[in-house]
Every structure is written in structure tokens, then in C-alpha cells.
Design a protein. Sequence first.
Length: 129
Amino acid sequence: MKHIIDAFKTMNYKQICFLIILAVCCAASFIFVTHNETFYDRPIAKVIQTKVTDTTNVKDSRHNKDKLSTQHITAELKNGKDKGQLIQLTNQYSLSKAYDQRYDVGDELFVTIDKTKKELPPNRQHPGC
């Protein structure tokens, strides 16, 4: 810690200003990246509650064992005309995570709104936003 304080004492005005500007730019970019939902055309939902309702042991044709779970998700829409609306999703995932994944509270994912079903099924693409 003493070395850091000594380094600041030896800096001139331009170096200190540069470090302050750099810190402000880093903070601004972090805030922008974590709150940029309005720039997406596709709806984004943030998971606020999950509950596993069913787990089934399964075996494939090669006798590999796996567990298949059904997860009910409550999520909040983060953008679009329905922003702030709570939605209910159902997700099915396997323990192996070969073709799917489990969602946890705080995860953000793209959803597809099917107007005919009045449901919002999760999109099977990568959920990170």
C-alpha cells in the first residue's frame, strides 16, 4: 500500500488527470454494458424466481444415465412495450447440460413472444446479455 501512495505522490497533474478520466470511462462502460436492454429489438427477461417441479431419471440408447428436470421460472421483461411485466416460463434441462441449461435468479435471457399462445417460451440461444 505504501508503494501505491508513493507512486501517486510522484505523479504530475497530467498523469493524475489521465487516471481519473480512465477510471470514469471504465465505470461508465461498465454501467452501460449492464444496463443496455433498451438498445435490443428482441425482448429480454431477467429471472427473478425459479422452482424445480419435476425430476426424472432417463437413460439414452447407449445406456448413459441422466436426469431431466422441469423448471418453472418467473421473470421480468426488461425492454419493449411490456417492460416491467412479470412472465411465467417453463424450462426443461438435463443434468449433463448437453443441449440445454438451468437458469438461476439474476440470469438474463432472450425470449420469444408467441402472440397466439399468450406464452413466452425461452429462446434456446445463449442467454447472456
